[in-house]
Structures are given as structure tokens and as C-alpha cells.
Design a protein around this ligand. Structure first.
Ligand SMILES: C[S@@+](CC[C@H](N)C(=O)[O-])C[C@H]1O[C@@H](n2cnc3c(N)ncnc32)[C@H](O)[C@@H]1O
Length: 231
């Protein structure tokens, strides 16, 4: 039986290292952890959710796929109630504000001991800005398409450095370094969203969006292909 994993969640799994102990926070159906265990990628999985319904369905699915005894299930808001003995925290399919509140409540995560794999559904520029301000570094990020929608998945490590500029909050330096199939589509989608914001706000346009749009439309010439490939 094949674990029904979306391209979005498969992209998260690609960031998991062999033998990792994984905490899937906001696991819902639990398929990410089930897949990682049935493929022998993760050595251990903690699947947690803030709601009982999703957790029960994750337990049922783990029984169906024969990995029930290899997963610890936890009812928890973020990582509040989960054991800390994991290497990689995956948070997928949540808004940037939820991810920020999960990280805010767990300063103990700020350590080279932990790696975060984040797949954010909304307010992604705000999340990137927060991460950099707090000392988290987006070490890798990939753009992908799932159905009609564009997403990114980021690998985040504890490595305090410089804050991000407005343009970098919308399109991280890590994305620029990773010329994946859907990067051009993602770039053009971001530019078109920023243009709409700036045009609608006219003379009251917020300086952050104006600056981001300026930076992203004035990338060095070696990135011209981003504009050209997806008109
Ligand atoms: C849209 S689903 C995404 C499920 C799965 N991770 C995915 O990407 O397909 C979001 C899940 O996160 C859970 N959730 C929301 N806020 C949470 C929090 N603060 N801590 C843990 N889980 C949370 C919800 O109950 C829901 O099951």
C-alpha cells in the first residue's frame, strides 16, 4: 500500500536525513511520519497535533500502514508537551503566524542540535523576517508546485547572522541559490503579488513592499532568466 503523500509533503521529506529522529508538529493525518518510517528514512517519529481529531486519524493511519508501534503520538500546542529528544522538527501546512508562535514558545529550540523543515502556507515573508531576526538561517529553500499552487519548503538551522532585506524576506538568498524547476514561476508570482499591493496602495504604499519590489526587479543580470522563463 502506498502512503498518499502530496508533492508538498514529499518535498519536506527530501530534507530529512537518514536516521533522523523527527517531530512532525501539526501532523494531521500523520502521513509524513508514516512515509518516513515505512521508507526507513527516519529512525523515530513523534507525531503531534493541537487537536484530538487529527491525532486520532493519524493513529488510525499508522495502524493501517503497520507503523503504529514506531510512532509516539502527542496532543500538544506546538512543541510544548513533546519530548525534546528529536533532531528535526517538521512544520507543514500552517500559516507563518502559527509557526512564529510555536517558535516563540520554545526558545530551547535555538540550538545547533535542532534542524527545522518549514512549509509555510501564508505570511511567508513575515516568517522569513522573524527567523533571521531571531538567529535562524534559511540554509536551503526550494520552490515547488502542488496542483495549481506554488509553495516553498525551507531548511532552517540555528546560525545567527544578518537580518534580511525586504526583497530577501519575499525571496530568500537560499532560493536564489537553488535554481529549481518552479523557481521562475515562484519569482513571477511574488512579483505580481507585490505589484498588486503597491499599485492598489498608490501613494500610501508601504515602504517595505515598495523596497521589496524594487530589489526583486533589480536583481543582477545573471538572474534575468527568472523573469524570462515564465511570462
Ligand atoms: C492544514 S493541516 C496540515 C497538516 C500536515 N502537516 C500537512 O501539511 O498536510 C494543519 C494541522 O496543524 C494543526 N495545528 C494548528 N496549530 C497547531 C499548533 N499550534 N500546534 C500543533 N498543531 C497545530 C491543525 O490541527 C492541523 O491538523
Amino acid at each position: 500500500m502506498k502512503v498518499p503523500l502530496s508533492p508538498r509533503l514529499l518535498a519536506c521529506c527530501d530534507f530529512v536525513h537518514s536516521g533522523d529522529r523527527v517531530a512532525d508538529v501539526g501532523c494531521d493525518h500523520g502521513y509524513l511520519g508514516i512515509y518516513l518510517l515505512s521508507k526507513g528514512i527516519a529512525s523515530k517519529v513523534i507525531a503531534s497535533d493541537i487537536n484530538e481529531g487529527p491525532l486520532k486519524s493519524a493513529i488510525r493511519n499508522s495502524e493501517k500502514f503497520g507503523v503504529r508501534d514506531k510512532i509516539s503520538f502527542c496532543l500538544s500546542d506546538g512543541v510544548r508537551n513533546i519530548p525534546r529528544d528529536f533532531d528535526t522538527m517538521v512544520c507543514a501546512g500552517m500559516g507563518g503566524d502559527t509557526m512564529v508562535s510555536i517558535l516563540e514558545a520554545a526558545p530551547w529550540l535555538k540550538s545547533t542540535q535542532y534542524r527545522l523543515i518549514l512549509q509555510c502556507q501564508s505570511k511567508t515573508p513575515m516568517l522569513r523576517q522573524y527567523l533571521a531576526e531571531q538567529g535562524w538561517c534559511i540554509s536551503e529553500e526550494i520552490a515547488l508546485k502542488d496542483g495549481r499552487f506554488l509553495y516553498t519548503v525551507m531548511e532552517v538551522t540555528w546560525q545567527p547572522g544578518d537580518p534580511l532585506s525586504p526583497g530577501q524576506c519575499y525571496f530568500s538568498p537560499a532560493l536564489l541559490k537553488n535554481p529549481s524547476t518552479h523557481l521562475s514561476a515562484y519569482y513571477n508570482w511574488i512579483i505580481s503579488g507585490l505589484r498588486t499591493i503597491v499599485d492598489n496602495q498608490k501613494e500610501n504604499a508601504d515602504p517595505f513592499s515598495v523596497q521589496a519590489l524594487y530589489e526583486l526587479t533589480h536583481l543582477p543580470p545573471e538572474f534575468d532568466w527568472l523573469k524570462e522563463e515564465h511570462k
